[in-house]
Ligand binder design. Structure first.
Ligand SMILES: *Cc1c(COP(=O)(O)O)cnc(C)c1O
Length: 459
């Protein structure tokens, strides 16, 4: 007889993966290269290095090495926060009355509260090694700013975080954590940059946007000696670092010979999803395994399910490299009543390519259904999930309920990316029934699509 699967499947320290997994080395067809926004030619290492750290730029362009060694120092940091447990959701299964087996990989067990720290620590390490003295970044909801602030504190690097003004005011405690770890938070748009001053002149009193915060961060990084700009999602090197999630998941599943039928996670820019599925994708591409891989996004920001597969800028300021990706247009702004995160207009190029070629599926969910699932999960498993993570819970529950009808014992594995402690205002809105669903019409989406650049590559 098979052993009872423990509620928590842990790996010990020696079992921690020592290599990251690079999906770019196993894609049957490579994705289209990023383009220099000025020349529209593929980005070279020199182009990348102007904005990003050198080693990260090399990782971004690496399409040959399937495994990339995790430096010792990063391993040592990972040992403080990892491995994260893979949990069998026995209580959730019971509440649902499903014959399905549900497993989740919880990435919220560190102070930053999400998976973002996996890449933040790596990026701060490479910056330190390169002799940089400061970094800049932007943050929307604040998870990335927190993770990077923790990482910069660890390596003694100065950090400036441009935080979207509306978010900084809605989530004052996020700002406080970033500052506790020494990060310098500037509400964006600000008077400290040329682009910020221009925007303030044009739109006094604006709450800001991620696109504007990116432009401010890049301006400071390119004008300051020994300073670079870092990003917490969307780029291939961020997915590379996040592959630690998938590698651990794969190892833990193997310990109990669990063969997953479905892998599910939410997509904002695509970093946790990409990292979670990374080591599973080769077998899927080669046809050795036929698991379903499902990306979940909000109905109010439907990048994969309703976006276009074209070249677009990563930011509203149109200064970042152009990437071939599913996009709603760099000018897309989700409805202001959208509370569940995952509001980025594009999706990472690897994820976009895999979706375009039919290796993965995508689905979208309404925010009230997401919070409903979050509460079912919190009550049964005792973890208050981040709204982003609750997108995956929604789909995992729906799939488990389908199994209840068919009697199938499918094995469903999802990534629980973070905790919801900073999102209690959104939980209150849901409980008070003031939360609304918003699904953009085709006309609404057209406004975003009209901001997609009219370049020969998009013809
Ligand atoms: C940032 C974040 C996400 C979405 O970002 P990806 O880069 O798509 O992974 C999801 N969940 C949590 C908790 C986050 O902080």
């Amino acid at each position: 007889m098979s052993k009872r699967i423990p509620t928590k499947i842990y790996l010990n320290e020696n079992e921690l993966p020592k290599y990251w997994y690079n999906m770019n080395a196993v894609l049957k067809e490579k994705h289209e290269p990023a383009l220099n926004p000025k020349t529209l030619k593929p980005c070279t290492l020199e182009d990348m290095e102007k904005v990003f750290c050198t080693e990260l730029s090399k990782q971004e362009l690496n399409t040959t090495d399937e495994f990339i060694k995790i430096p010792e120092e990063i391993m040592d940091f990972y040992k403080m926060i990892r491995p994260s447990p893979l949990t069998r959701a026995y209580y959730l299964e019971k509440i649902l009355g499903t014959p399905a087996e549900i497993y989740y990989k919880f990435e919220g067990n560190n102070t930053s509260g999400s998976h973002k720290l996996n890449s933040a620590i790596a990026q701060a390490y490479y910056a330190k090694k390169q002799g940089l003295t400061s970094l800049t970044t932007e943050t929307g909801a604040g998870q990335w700013g927190t993770a990077l602030s923790m990482s910069c504190a660890f390596y003694g690097i100065d950090l400036t975080v441009f935080m979207v003004k509306a978010s900084a005011e809605q989530k004052p405690y996020r700002k406080a954590i970033i500052e506790t770890f020494g990060g310098n938070v500037i509400k964006s748009p600000s008077e400290t940059t040329e682009v910020g001053r221009k925007i303030l002149e044009k739109f006094p009193g604006t709450g800001g946007s991620l696109g504007c915060a990116v432009s401010e961060s890049v301006e400071i990084a390119t004008n300051t000696p020994n300073c670079k700009y870092v990003l917490g999602s969307v780029m291939d090197h961020v997915l590379l670092h996040q592959s630690i999630i998938g590698l651990e998941t794969q190892k833990a599943l193997k310990k109990y010979k669990i063969e997953p039928d479905m892998l599910i996670s939410c997509v904002g820019g695509g970093s946790n999803f990409g990292g979670f599925i990374a080591p599973f994708i080769k077998d899927k591409i080669n046809g050795k395994k036929n698991y379903r891989i499902i990306a979940v996004e909000p109905a109010s920001c439907p990048t994969l399910t309703r976006g276009k597969y074209v070249y677009d800028y990563g930011d509203t300021g149109m200064i970042s490299p152009l990437m071939k990706m599913y996009t709603l247009g760099n000018g897309f702004i989700p409805s202001s009543n959208h509370a569940g995160g995952l509001r980025y207009h594009g999706a990472n190029p690897i994820i976009s390519k895999l979706y375009h070629d039919g290796y993965i599926e995508a689905t979208s969910v309404n925010q009230t259904d997401v919070f409903d699932a979050a509460i079912t999960f919190a009550k049964s498993e005792g973890i208050l999930p981040a709204p982003e993570s609750a997108h995956s819970i929604r789909v995992a529950i729906d799939e488990a309920l389908k199994c209840k009808e068919t009697g199938e014992k499918k094995k469903i594995v999802f990534c629980l990316t973070g905790t919801g402690f900073f999102d209690l205002a959104a939980y209150s809105d849901f409980l008070n029934k003031t939360m609304e669903n918003y699904i953009p019409t085709d006309e609404d989406l057209q406004k975003g699509f009209s901001t997609i650049p009219d370049i020969p590559q998009n013809k």
